[in-house]
Design a binder for this molecule. Structure first.
Ligand SMILES: C[S@@+](CC[C@H](N)C(=O)[O-])C[C@H]1O[C@@H](n2cnc3c(N)ncnc32)[C@H](O)[C@@H]1O
Length: 434
């Protein structure tokens, strides 16, 4: 190459100011997430639907045919199994509910469904909710989705610095377990969550509130709790002398934010069998602090005792007096438990953890009391959606759960099984302790 030619070439390849023009003229490729959001929003709009229609009152049974057959077969065999109608706590207008259902059906087909649904510019509150979706606080939002003004009304984050568990704050406990950095990052998430307003107006498609009210799983956790509360109330009122003087003692194992027990306290107080003591047990200190703050906002803090314990590391009777509890709630636990559990620290494998736990629970319950267990059914509506949004759960049929309960030492013929029929997502098992 001659010198002249080399100069010519250098002129061609040397970056000049105009280089920026070349870059700008290149097509801009959206990220897969941006493309997915844009594609989704270009679909025929469901967002123009009226928001002023009648409230959604669809009381139809939504239980999967397979589960319905199972229920009928079990009824024929003499088991106490029934599909019940428990209304959800919050409802949408018919049109908005239809829009949410349609969006969920469409989103469930997309692998990046959560990228779209929880895109912060579309659903700011939904995006913050999703960051804590694996934690109990996210359930609290679902319980209150229709009325809450922030994602966590009633939670005062200063509680995380209060000495609420054996003289230590939840932050001190978390720091000693996980180190300063992780504890601070958890605190930041909780503080941000508690101060995020529930957004009602987004241009893109139904708002965060619409989704958090309208998705079946939101209504299902509400009706799971309220069905369990009805079962406890009926059970206690059928034994008026049982707890008349001392008041009902309740315990929530894996309490999370403890909404079901606080609502149970309200319901039993009104029904004339008041709760005197609420024992809350959880391995997550931030969940316990959240429950303590919510107890205050509901005026029941004087009845609450907190235990920071892992159910599989500490026997219940080592900290709760045997035969001292009337109602035990185990909602939201067995969905996470496989048939074999490996301890993350020791590597030890625990076979049949549900059976062993239930049998331990039996030891703390007074004769005439009741254990309430919930489990997600193995056939249910919006299955594809829940698989995309939540980590995988252990879903079970009614017969399988009854057999687990039987191997824990309880008579399955005495167990009450109630399935809130509008959602067809959970079965609640009321195990009476003879
Ligand atoms: C889905 S939440 C249940 C919330 C509550 N029972 C309700 O129905 O709203 C699950 C809770 O279980 C707690 N948890 C999970 N494994 C546990 C264990 N081995 N011991 C104690 N708590 C546990 C978690 O920290 C979390 O707060």
């Amino acid at each position: 190459m001659t010198e002249g030619n080399a100069d010519e070439l250098r002129k061609l390849v040397t970056p000049r100011d105009e280089g920026i023009i070349i870059r700008d003229s290149l097509p801009i490729y959206p990220s897969p997430k941006q493309a997915a959001v844009a594609h989704f929003l270009r679909r025929a709009a469901t967002r123009d639907r009226s928001r002023t229609e009648d409230v959604y009152t669809d009381a139809r049974v939504n239980v999967h045919p397979h589960i319905r057959h199972e229920v009928q077969a079990l009824q024929h065999e003499g088991y106490d199994v029934a599909i019940v109608d428990t209304p959800p706590r919050h409802e949408l207008s018919t049109q908005v509910q239809a829009a949410v259902d349609e969006e969920i059906a469409q989103l469930s087909k997309l692998p990046n469904c959560t990228d779209i649904l929880f895109e912060p510019s579309l659903h700011p509150a939904g995006a913050t909710w999703f960051r804590l979706a694996k934690y109990a606080l996210a359930l609290q939002t679902l319980y209150a989705a229709g009325t809450t003004t922030t994602l966590a009304d009633g939670l005062d984050p200063s509680v995380f610095h209060e000495p609420i568990i054996d003289g230590l704050s939840s932050m001190e406990r978390l720091r000693s377990r996980r180190g300063d950095q992780e504890a601070q990052s958890a605190l930041d998430k909780y503080v941000a969550y508690a101060s995020t307003p529930m957004s009602d107006h987004t241009d893109a498609f139904p708002s965060s509130r619409d989704f958090l009210v309208g998705v079946i799983d939101s209504r299902a956790v509400q009706t799971r709790a309220d069905t369990a509360i009805n079962m406890a109330r009926e059970h206690m009122s059928s034994r008026p002398g049982h707890s008349a003087k001392r008041g009902v003692v309740t315990a929530s194992l894996t309490c999370g934010a403890a909404n079901p027990l606080f609502e149970m306290a309200r319901s039993l107080d009104q029904g004339g069998t008041p709760i005197s003591t609420i024992l809350l047990i959880d391995s997550d200190e931030m969940a316990l602090a959240t429950a303590a703050s919510l107890a205050r906002s509901k005026g029941v803090e004087g009845r609450v005792i907190l235990y920071h314990k892992d159910l599989f590391r500490h026997r219940l009777t080592s900290y709760i007096k045997p035969e001292s509890v009337d109602v035990v709630d185990l909602l939201g636990l067995v969905d996470w438990l496989p048939d074999e559990l490996r301890d993350r620290k020791t590597g030890l494998v625990r076979r049949r953890p549900i059976q062993r736990l239930l049998s331990d629970v039996g030891d703390i319950v007074r004769a005439g009391g009741m254990i309430l267990v919930g489990n997600m059914l193995n056939r249910r509506p919006q299955q594809a959606f829940v698989e995309r949004v939540w980590p995988s759960l252990f879903q079970r049929g009614v017969r399988e759960m009854l057999s687990i309960i039987a191997t824990a030492g309880f008579d399955p013929m005495t167990v009450q099984v109630r399935i809130p029929g509008r959602e067809g997502v959970y079965a609640i098992y009321g195990i009476p302790v003879p």
